[in-house]
Design a protein around this ligand. Structure first.
Ligand code: THU
Length: 135
């Protein structure tokens, strides 16, 4: 199993944040996911003039990994220029519960304030595949 290097993953998220497309909110978010085999995928928020069509950084990172078959996400880092560690939105928490339920999550800001948490702590009692009827 890959050793989780917190600072490397946060640095990847900070790098991804430089590519954020946020002309409406001007709120730049970066994320990075670490795959068990050591690969890292970055993501940034990508806004849209039709606001609900915006993609969050966390989802872009997780789904970029999954899109190339890299499914075993062991850690996620998220960064934004917030007073404290950035708080992922509810939709991203739900997608974490689906695509990276066991990931270690590092939330940080641009001033090196960070916390380590888990998907279960971010979304206790998540609706997940086990809630659907077995076919
Ligand atoms: N945003 C993210 O990228 N991740 C979150 O968890 C919270 C919100 C983005 C979406 C939008 O582009 C901007 O931040 C303001 O909501």
């Amino acid at each position: 199993m890959t050793t989780i290097n917190r600072q490397q993953l946060i640095d990847a998220a900070i790098d991804a944040r430089t590519r954020a497309y946020a002309p409406y909110s001007h709120f730049l978010v970066g994320a990075a996911v670490l795959i068990r085999d050591g690969r890292v995928f970055g993501g940034c928020n990508i806004e849209n003039a039709a606001y609900p069509s915006t993609n969050c950084a966390e989802r872009v990172a997780m789904q970029s990994a999954w899109a190339v078959g890299a499914r075993d996400i062991v850690a996620i880092a998220v960064v934004a220029d917030t007073p404290g560690p950035v708080s992922p939105c509810g939709g991203c928490r739900q997608v974490m519960a689906e695509l990276a339920p066991h990931a270690v999550v590092f939330l940080t800001n641009m001033h090196d304030n960070w916390v380590e948490t888990s998907v279960a702590a971010l979304l206790p009692g998540a609706f997940d595949p086990n809630d659907l009827p077995k076919k």
